[in-house]
Write a protein that binds this ligand. Structure first.
Ligand code: DON
Length: 564
């Protein structure tokens, strides 16, 4: 039996098991996160009367300790907030290119990009997470700051029991971690790595967190932490200075919003490509009957994959940091443009990516004046008793970032600079390409796929969702949304369903193991070059069914729904 057939059988058996279970509903509050101790930390804050923003801040700091693969002080991300009164906001605490960064900084002597955007001290952007959490707390929090940081301090200082999942993640990254003396000492215990059941203590990280606990964001961006980080950067050829750190600011942006059938989608604006992608792809699908044969049918995969292909072509050309590049968001979401893009989908055949180009300059949409338009990551969701909702995706980029731990400070550094287009048309770590819109400039934020999203129905909270997964985040998040909105699954069923991904270049349909044989064969017939993969984005979701909360998480990978 071929492997995809075997996978299909396993999926059938699993799906009978999964779909038979009704979701547990909770009334008061819920945290869904990728690590149980952090999820429980957020739940304790909710039970103590904290709001969803308080809980999200506490989860963010706790994950920096218990899920160091992606949870972080040394990275950045996005927080989408919808308050119970309907107000929405988006906090962009994405890493920023240091002032010394230049457009060609990763081009080697042979004219091609080097590995420096992924490995080594020069791969880090200025971290944003601590600033993001501090602003969230200052504007929307209700509990004292120290109460939200303290659980993380304790987890770092007193330690926690190493899980099998974390042990595996450290093992998986041991080669990279082993190249840095501080990471070797802390995560590999000097060559005698921790195993599940051991207590893992991080005293340097506890001290860094204590400075944040006492002094707020200044305890990270100024004083001892900033000084030591900048000194280590200077000593190793890194670019981040004390001025970069002191100058870092979280940017508060308007979320992107759009309607899909009976639902209202609130999602991530640039420098995320995610929200534009989500709304554009769902806009293309809304005008089709893509769902008529079921979520895992060849028909659904085909229409969704074609929408993905067209969006990722646009992504490569038009999306970047809106403070540096005039991102034509309105044109990319113009109903006439979306309708034309949809009309180019052949219902029976895959369109070769080579015949799909970024679309706004096409003669068919010449009336749209877009050129002059003005205008390893982890995700967690929180909903509190009042109905405040928060979706956070934050990241170091690669698992354990660039593998370097800031000496004496205990936190891992990001390699987010790789999310820029180091050279036009040359794929980055996730295989996505870009050009001018996403070229490196001092102070600019690299384009992201992170897509924290909140959905309402009839003005009421309905869904909170997001995921890690590199360029597959946007497509993974969309599929879980469609599974709930169009295929009427509960969030756990939706998260459990195998997913797929298409990103224009390379011209490959990535199919998660577990699709039915029939769909697989039909898709091959339609002309798709299919590659089977283990997964597409680790999605976390909360659905609010008329005041009763249901969660969906990858529990096999340590995710937890903590609720009451
Ligand atoms: O912002 C982005 O799109 C990427 N830095 C996310 C990286 C990621 O999700 C890796 N983890 N799976």
């Amino acid at each position: 039996m071929q492997s995809w057939m075997r996978a299909g059988l396993v999926y059938l058996v699993l799906s009978v098991f999964v779909f038979a279970s009704a979701p547990i509903q909770y009334k008061h509050g819920m945290v869904v996160a990728q690590e149980p101790l952090a999820a429980d930390t957020g739940l304790a804050i909710l039970k103590a009367g904290g709001n969803a923003i308080d809980a999200a801040v506490a989860v963010g700091f706790a994950l920096a300790v218990t899920h160091p693969t992606a949870g972080n002080l040394g990275g950045g991300g996005f927080m989408l907030i919808r308050l119970a009164n309907g107000k929405t906001t988006f906090l962009d605490f994405r890493e920023e290119a240091p002032q010394k960064a230049t457009r060609e900084m990763y081009i080697g002597p042979d004219g091609n990009p080097t590995k420096d955007s992924i490995l080594g001290w020069r791969s880090s952007g200025v971290p944003g997470s601590v600033s993001g959490f501090a602003l969230a707390h200052e504007k929307y929090g209700s509990k004292p700051w120290a109460q939200l940081v303290e659980p993380a301090v304790k987890l770092a200082r007193d330690g926690f029991v190493m899980s099998k999942v974390l042990q595996g993640e450290i093992e998986g990254s041991s080669k990279m971690l082993g190249t840095d003396p501080e990471s070797t000492r802390i995560f590999l215990r000097g060559g005698h790595p921790y195993v599940a059941g051991d207590t893992f203590k991080q005293p340097e990280l506890a001290a860094t967190l204590e400075r944040i606990e006492k002094q707020g964001a200044k305890g990270f961006y100024e004083g001892e932490t900033a000084q030591r980080l900048a000194e280590a950067m200077a000593a190793h050829g890194g670019l981040i200075t004390t001025a970069d750190l002191k100058g870092y600011k979280t940017k508060q942006r308007e979320p992107l919003q759009g309607d899909y059938k009976d639902f209202h989608i609130i999602t991530s604006p640039p420098p995320s490509a995610g929200g534009v992608g989500l709304l554009q792809m769902m806009g293309m699908l809304a005008g089709t009957d893509y769902q008529s044969d079921g979520a895992d049918s060849a028909k659904a995969v085909h229409f969704e994959a074609e929408a993905m292909r067209r969006f990722y072509a646009d992504r490569s050309e038009y999306l970047g940091d809106p403070d540096f590049y005039n991102v034509p968001v309105k044109s990319l979401l113009d109903p006439k443009y979306v309708a034309w893009r949809r009309s180019t989908i052949d219902p029976l055949r895959a369109t070769p990516s080579d015949s799909v180009a970024p679309g706004l300059a096409h003669a068919a949409v010449a009336h749209i004046d877009w050129r002059h338009e003005s205008d390893e990551t982890t995700h967690f969701d929180v909903v509190d008793e009042k109905g405040n909702a928060v979706a956070v995706t934050y990241t170091l980029n690669n698992t354990f970032g660039n593998g370097i731990t800031a000496p004496g400070l205990g936190f891992v550094l990001n390699d987010e600079m790789d999310d820029f287009a180091a050279k036009p048309g040359v794929p980055n770590m996730f295989g996505v390409v870009g050009g001018d819109a996403n070229a490196i400039e001092a102070g600019k934020r690299p384009l992201s796929s992170m897509t924290p999203t909140i959905i309402t129905r009839n003005g009421k909270l309905f869904m909170v969702v997001g995921a890690p997964g590199g360029s597959r985040i946007t497509t993974g998040v969309m599929q879980v949304i469609l599974d709930v909105l169009d295929f009427h699954m509960n969030p756990q069923e939706a998260v459990d369903l195998p997913r797929f991904h298409e990103q224009w270049k390379p011209d490959i349909l990535y199919l998660q193991n577990g699709f039915p044989d029939k769909a697989f064969a039909a898709l091959k017939q339609m002309g798709y070059d299919i590659k089977l993969i283990g997964g597409v984005a680790r999605v976390e979701a909360i659905v609010d069914e008329n005041g009763m909360l249901e969660g969906g998480t990858e529990s096999r990978l340590n995710g937890k729904i903590a609720a009451y």
